[in-house]
Design a protein around this ligand. Sequence first.
Ligand code: TRP
Length: 333
Amino acid sequence: MKKEKPILFTGIRPTGEVHIANLLAAIYPAVKAQDDYEEYLCIVDLHAITTPYNPEDMSQAIKEVAVDYLAAGINPDKVVLFVQSHIPYHTELMWLLNTITSVGELQRMTQYKEFKSRYKDAKAGILNYPVLMAADILLYKAKYVPVGEDQMQHLELARDIAKRFNQTFKKEVFPIPELAKLTEKPLRIKALNNPKNKMSKSLGPKSYIAIADDPDTIRRKISSAVTDTGPSQDTEKMSAGVANLFLLLRLTADEKTYNHMEEHYKNKTLKYVELKAVLAESIIDFLKPIQEKREELLDNIDYVAKVLSEGREKAYHKAGQVIKEVKEVMGLL
Ligand code: TRP
């Protein structure tokens, strides 16, 4: 008999341009995981609309996330790649879980507090955001969830909700989800223009390399990255900016190139213009195959739509079984 694989669920916000930190820290690990897990990759459009957005751009953003994951090597025969709003069970389960979630615990969520202060008139969707996220995970009975540090609190809440549900209705319906560790240690890739903070679209286009950036844009962004006054200073410790460039080099260049640059740095003979030139070419080469694949997929968007519609079929089937079980134990029939 075929051994059952553990279930892994990831939610991806369709936020438009994907950058190299997303690619290295989230997308490639998801690609690597596809052989070892029953993997659900869900494009979470219902989460994305909880903050101000432009409806005209949304459907394109959704398709582009799918394109990016497929271009990076997600195999739709192995992974269920689908759109959250295509499966009405997500919002149905969210409602059911709302009935066992207290307002107080939602109000204590850091992200809620941040959003509430950032968008004066925060909507109820922001408060309920983590309940929808718990529903996403539990609807597929996922055991493993890869999230970044900023989403750990929401994962904790999903665990609490799962435990509370099982206790309240006296049946182990949901496995308790836990953090999937798909990389050895979390990759902390920093913003090029602001290396104290993590690389993020919110810090502006100079802070990140988008996976669709052309070679000249990449050269320009890398050459203006923040460093320090030079490796000849007394301290052995790299500044945050230089360490970030070395991290990117380690992740994109071959070992020989990396070692060579590191040696140079240790000997205090490295000029940062040189490091930047080598790094820019290394990133350009690294992104080339995925950029070619992206172009191919963007020219063939019907294929992408077909993948998402097949994903919907598979997700719908699995989620339908779980929602039936949930409603049964809750006495709804
Ligand atoms: N909230 C997550 C984020 O902002 C996205 C997300 C939604 C998610 N549902 C999920 C992540 C379920 C993991 C599992 O990045």
